[in-house]
Design a protein. Structure first.
Length: 285
């Protein structure tokens, strides 16, 4: 009996220790491996895409490389390599929760529902949903898509809003932006719903940009944040500090001009209101 009790106590103690051992934090993982892995896009210019030289580039990638990574490297006291994996609306949260990536740096809208699964950085880009259509299309906005075949990406906020606000539209969901645009180009659908800035990028990179137009006013608010695993405050602090310092120093606006300025990949003027909003997120030192 005594031996049985001792065995039970040993098992209980082992279980307690297992529960008490904290999980490895993202900063500890980065320090141990010397690498940080981001999930980003290969077909969402200019946030993340593969260019004509087969280089994986974009605004989101530049923000990580130039604003966040140096700060993390300084914190861990060693050089940190940036690794990239492709993420999509339906795979990005599983990639985070399975530890396959450390940070989602792409066109991910910060929503209250998503905050149940992941944490977000401060907002680094603000846009809204619109439609890409052929020139001359009768579709002028969300009020005119009833009965129309409309493409959206699986797992996107755009698809959810269309189901809620335009239930009579014939929503067709695709795994990624290239597939949705191909369906539009082949006239399988009459419009493609996505965030305005992504549609502007898609139009700019299309073989014949003049064939397409962006229709309607914003029918949603889409604040982009960088997503990370929940309850990892040290890493979230590093990401936010990197973004705040980039905004405060002007580095953010240099990168914005590189990608969205008049000579950028996708011209998309930064409104005074949005610039002020970004600056107001910078807390005092």
């Amino acid at each position: 009996m005594k031996a049985f009790l001792i065995a039970l106590l040993a098992i209980a103690a082992g279980a307690f220790c297992a529960r008490a051992t904290p999980a490895e934090t993202t900063m500890e993982k980065i320090e141990k491996t010397g690498a940080m892995t981001i999930g980003t896009r290969t077909g969402s210019p200019p946030f993340g895409y593969v260019n004509k030289n087969n280089e994986w580039v974009g605004f989101s990638i530049d923000l990580v490389e130039q604003a966040i990574l140096p700060l993390i490297a300084k914190k861990v006291g060693k050089q940190v390599k940036l690794e990239k994996k492709e993420s999509t609306p339906q795979t990005r949260i599983p990639l985070l929760t399975s530890n396959a990536v450390d940070l989602i740096a792409e066109t991910m809208t910060d929503t209250r529902a998503r905050r149940d699964s992941v944490d977000f950085s401060l907002t680094f880009f603000a846009t809204g949903a619109q439609f890409l259509v052929r020139k001359g299309s009768p579709i002028k906005g969300i009020q005119s898509i009833a009965g129309k075949r409309v493409a959206a990406q699986q797992g996107s906020t755009n698809a959810r809003i269309i189901r809620e606000r335009a239930p009579n539209a014939k929503l067709v969901e695709f795994p990624d932006q290239p597939a949705a645009f191909q369906a539009l180009a082949q006239k399988q659908v009459e419009a493609y719903a996505n965030d305005g800035i992504q549609l502007a990028g898609l139009k700019a990179k299309a073989p014949k940009p003049d064939e397409w137009q962006i229709a309607g006013e914003f029918f949603s608010y889409e604040p982009y944040g960088m997503a990370m695993r929940k309850n990892d405050s040290d890493f979230r602090h590093m990401v936010n500090t990197g973004l705040m310092e980039a905004i405060e120093s002007g580095k953010y606006f240099e990168l914005y001009d590189k990608w969205f300025g008049p000579k950028g990949e996708v011209p998309y003027p930064l409104t005074p209101e949005t610039k002020r909003f970004l600056q107001m997120q910078v807390v005092p030192k």
